[in-house]
Ligand binder design. Structure first.
Ligand SMILES: Cc1ncc(COP(=O)(O)O)c(C=O)c1O
Length: 432
């Protein structure tokens, strides 16, 4: 069911058609006129001021944009605050949330294995289906082996912290996902950032004198905030020229790029083994939770015995494992989902551009609408909500100051009618 922007629900006392309960999660905390004192000695220091002031401002305008509690399944059509809404910021790229085959596999796995593994993989938490699922993942990505973690964030930490150390050096795209930057910081490697998707800048960083034992170039396959594709052929050439390693995070490329959704290597026609370490999330195109590292068998064996997030954290639940294997099987059987996703992305992006919106660098299912100013972005999201549309605002520190945006994500499950509803709302809001 698609909520129509012209449907007039009962208008709230705020004058807004779809009142939001989100601000009420703080109770009476943000009453107007309240001020805060964050001293150096307190648990919360001056950094908290910005959070509190912005949250208070958003709550007073009934426009607090975060923590929206969905009341049923995610997917293109959701229920929030009792209203059917069109979800335009979900990572469910292949439209597989709610697929009965995946749900049935997860339910059967819970019945057979229970709700928790209650142990880490190395000791008591491994199930027979973990290794089968990891073989499925390796088969999907075309690597010798794969290992899994509780999230994509942990997979990045597990790979970088497991393989590198303070004597090593990372050359990383400045727009890489926070999990990659955090992993580098925690590992204590020497970090050199290069300008976004700029191979000449990466080369300049590689040429800097250094005493590192090993160097690894790191990039997202598809950039999470901008929806552009990394310059993989150039990065592979640099890796070969400088004799270093290459790690690519496929969180937003898996199921999205390439004719069969195998990712950035398939998109460019580059052999999978040109990249040493592939990582990714299992909570986007594959509708489960977890993350993967796809590598050679040797590297996998080492990480299975040396990667902290793999060893010192409970193993993924059986329901998640079953959802991954079934999701991968569906991707194999139904590549038309990937083509539909691409058509939907092109339709929405071109429609927004025709209305005069700036969609930045986007060329995939992630479509930012750059509004620059944070308050404008939050209010725009609020007004879209009155059209029955959920669009996530993204602000500093997720993006640089002055680059605030709505981040739209299309999925294969959106209908043409859904996307026309979105474009009509943007058309009306452009005129204001
Ligand atoms: C590029 C990238 N890597 C890793 C992650 C983390 O994945 P997860 O949500 O599974 O922890 C994300 C999350 O959005 C991401 O965008």
């Amino acid at each position: 069911m698609t909520p129509s922007p012209t449907t007039q629900e009962t208008t709230s006392s705020s004058g807004l058609t779809f009142p939001s309960s989100q601000g009420s999660m703080f109770g009476e905390y943000f009453t107007p006129g309240r001020s805060w004192n964050f001293g150096k000695s307190g648990l919360l220091d001056a950094r908290a001021r910005r959070v509190f002031e912005n949250t208070a401002l958003a709550c007073s305008a009934d426009a607090y944009p975060f923590h929206m509690p969905l009341q049923a399944k995610a997917g293109p059509n959701v229920i929030a605050d009792g209203h059917p809404m069109l979800m335009m910021s979900s990572y469910d790229y292949l439209g597989l949330i709610g697929d009965p085959r995946i749900e049935q596999a997860a339910v059967e796995a819970v019945r057979h294995y229970g709700t928790s593994t209650s142990g880490a993989r190395l000791l008591t938490g491994s199930l027979d289906i973990h290794r089968r699922m990891e073989a499925d993942l390796a088969g999907y990505k075309g690597t010798e082996d794969a290992l899994t973690f509780s999230s994509g964030y942990m997979a990045n930490l597990g790979a970088i912290y497991g393989l590198f150390g303070p004597g090593d050096r990372v050359i990383i795209d400045e727009y890489c996902h926070r999990s990659l930057h955090d992993a580098c910081r925690m590992t204590g490697v020497q970090v050199q950032r290069f300008r976004h998707n700029d191979a000449n800048s990466a080369r300049a960083e590689l040429q800097r004198p250094n005493t590192a034992n090993r160097t690894v170039i790191i990039s997202d396959g598809v950039f999470s905030m901008d929806g552009d594709i990394c310059c993989l052929p150039d990065l592979v050439a640099l890796k070969q020229e400088f004799g270093c390693f290459l790690l690519i995070d496929e969180a937003h490329a898996s199921g999205v790029l390439g004719a069969t959704g195998c990712g950035t290597d398939e998109h460019f026609g580059i052999p999978t083994d040109a990249v040493d370490i592939w990582t990714g999330s299992l909570a986007k195109s594959i509708p489960s939770s977890g993350g993967f590292v796809a590598v050679s068998q040797e590297v996998a064996i080492f990480l299975q015995h040396a990667s902290s997030p793999y060893i010192f954290s409970a193993a993924m639940t059986a329901a998640s494992v079953a959802a991954i294997s079934t999701g991968l099987a569906i991707l194999r059987q139904e590549p038309e989902r990937v083509a539909r996703l691409r058509r939907n992305g092109d339709f929405l992006r071109e429609g927004l551009q025709a209305l005069g919106y700036d969609t930045g660098l986007s060329e995939t299912a992630v479509i930012p609408v750059l509004l620059h100013d944070e308050v404008r972005t939050a209010l725009f999201a609020r007004r879209l909500r009155d059209f029955g549309i959920i669009a996530a605002p993204v602000m500093f520190p997720a993006v640089s100051q002055g680059l605030a945006r709505l981040r739209l994500c299309v999925t294969a499950a959106h209908t043409r009618e859904d996307l026309e509803v979105v474009l009509e709302a943007f058309r009306k809001l452009a005129a204001d």
